[in-house]
Design a protein around this ligand. Structure first.
Ligand code: B12
Length: 298
């Protein structure tokens, strides 16, 4: 199982490769970096924030220092947008939670990357999401939310000059008879801003989703089938190695093929109850040890 250190090293390496590819506008190269990240089971949130987001900030620094033109920056942003969608298409999604969200930015805010990422993270979490792109006026946003019976609205604000328009959105939404849960995020927002009272003001997308889901009464720590299979595979491999067994010997003890053990360890085998029972007995642990996910432990 990848340790935290290995995981972080892989994330840093992939971020550097992505920067090198995106900087020269290499679409194929940047797609392969994201494919590799998915193969290494890097979490979508980390691919978004630590790999793609960090790369765009680094590209932004070059632009800021006048080392690249805005044309280069635009190309980087377009490539990033494509990668954000690839992660969405290729990652396991939770089953529908029956809730609707809208994600957008207020008028004046043309930075869309964070909003697109947040929209996709909600989709992966089982939400039905309308991502409206940028610059939705408050009154129109409220009208849309009312007509679609939207449960949650998330706004991304990157420039402080757009705070007034964000406040306008919040007021329009709060004036609705059935006002949605509102969440605003971005680098310039302040938790104690009285204009955002009764609004979730959260910078980190993962805590934002946790907050929203708690507010909506959803059970914490839901995982997809694929995440569960990956977690079982990692657990089996970790315990097997700690007992000094190779895949062959574990297979013999559990009465299965070596190839089966390999598939299980790579999260590629949808296990039956009998297989789980045999593997856990061969490893000398209970079934619940194997099926406990990292979220259960937190
Ligand atoms: C790309 C980019 C652009 C592109 C935007 C297109 C696009 N791709 O979205 C373009 C060229 C259009 C642009 C224009 C401008 N930009 Co610009 N841009 C950037 C750049 C390089 C990357 C932004 C980005 O996508 N970052 C990656 C994302 C993932 O990070 P993030 O936005 O910070 O979001 C994270 C958190 O803040 C949070 N978050 C954000 N929103 C939300 C929402 C929710 C609900 C939650 C929970 C969390 C959350 O989660 C994200 C993940 O961790 C940044 C540089 C940088 N260091 O970020 C400058 C930057 C943001 N831009 C800046 C500026 C000044 C401008 C311009 C005013 C420049 C100009 N003179 O014209 C214009 C303004 C345009 C406008 N009206 O909006 C400044 C902002 C400084 C400030 N705070 O005031 C920055 C920081 C560059 C700099 N160092 O000066 N920009």
């Amino acid at each position: 199982m990848a340790t935290d250190i290995q995981y972080k090293k892989t994330v840093n390496r992939l971020q550097k490769s992505l920067f090198d590819s995106i900087r020269v506008g290499d679409r194929t190269g940047s797609n392969s970096v994201i494919d590799e990240a998915l193969r290494y089971n890097i979490r979508p949130t980390d691919i978004y924030t630590l790999i793609i987001g960090k790369t765009l900030s680094d590209i932004g620094e070059l632009w800021h220092k006048g080392q690249i033109t805005v044309a280069h920056e635009h190309l980087s942003s377009q490539l990033a947008s494509n990668l954000i969608e690839i992660v969405l298409q290729k990652s396991p999604k939770l089953s529908s939670n029956g809730l609707r969200a809208v994600v957008t930015t207020p008028v004046g805010e043309r930075h869309w990357v964070a909003a697109q990422m947040f929209a996709n993270l909600l989709i992966l979490g089982g939400w039905e999401v309308a991502y409206l792109g940028t610059e939705t006026p408050g009154a129109d946003l409220a009208e849309y939310v009312k007509s679609t019976k939207t449960d949650v609205v998330a706004l991304s604000i990157i420039l402080s000059s757009n705070l007034d328009q964000a406040i306008d959105c919040v007021h329009s939404l709060k004036d609705l008879e059935e006002s949605p849960v509102i969440c605003v995020g971005g680098p310039v927002i302040k938790e104690n801003d009285e204009n955002f009272s009764d609004v979730f003001v959260v910078r980190d997308p993962v805590s934002a989703i946790d907050h929203i889901e708690k507010q909506m009464g959803l059970a914490p720590g839901r995982v997809s089938l694929q995440e569960m299979l990956n977690s079982i595979g990692e657990k089996v491999q970790e315990i097997r190695k700690s007992k000094g067994l190779n895949q062959e010997s574990l297979a013999k003890l559990a009465g299965v093929d070596r190839a089966y053990v390999s598939l299980v360890e790579n999260g590629k085998q949808n296990l039956t109850m009998a297989a789980l029972f045999n593997l856990s007995s061969a490893l000398g642990v209970t079934i619940s040890t194997l099926i406990q996910t990292s979220t259960d432990k937190e």
